[in-house]
Design a protein around this ligand. Sequence first.
Ligand SMILES: [Zn+2]
Length: 286
Amino acid sequence: MAGAACSRNSDRSDHGASGGPVAVVASFYPLAYAAERVGGDAVSVTNLTPPGVEPHDLELTADDLEAIARADLVVYVGGGFQPGVEDAVRTESAAAVDALAGVEAPGRDGGSDPHAWLDPDSYASIVDRIAVALSEVRDGVLAPGVSGNAATLEEELAALDEAFRVGLADCSTRVMVTNHAAFAYLAAAYDLEQRAISGVSPGSEPDPARVAELADQARAEGVMTIFTEDLVSPEVAETLADEAGLETATLSPLEGLTEEQAEAGDDYLSLMRQNLEVLRDGLDCA
Ligand SMILES: [Zn+2]
């Protein structure tokens, strides 16, 4: 594992009491899942983004700020995905790790695209980075368990990667039309081409001309399915699908669990397996 760039408060006395579980604050679901898996029972993970909430540009409460200030470790992603969290980490001088630092972005304009967790291999790099940071908190109290837990999860991610590689090897189309541009890492990993209706953030207003252009392209290229997503209204994607005479299918960008998913016990791995089946069906893969 590479060394972690982990900023620390010079006065650590207010960071987590030394007796109880290590307090980790994760800014949204994939980071919380990784911290829970890697830290095991020895950590208590608080997810700043509640189930059903879309994490882009998350607004923090006073309780969130206090949790960030008190945490043994805050895990977040930089680059403007959740600027409020980045600001709070700075102003609260929190012990924190940017889980995305050092993860290679796909394509030449991937620099500001945070969605690395949607590629199992890039997600393994995030897991590794969180493991390094966790093994250093409280003078290494977690270190003995962390590397084994991380290795187990990384093996599961390698198996997931293999399932995607095999499952998406032979498809009628390699063009995936998506709602917001969350799938660039996944597309790059499996030789697919993402065409997104809106930008890297789902809040950006879709341009009607863009929708018409995508509909034309979709028809010309034999695309059959427009992929919507679970935490964002499918309205625009459904308009596009109607316009082009196409089906819609729902992918999870894994930015958070819906309340139903949380209740059903779904997690990163089960939802990624579902994504694979939705993609195989929508891209007509053998
Ligand atoms: Zn997103």
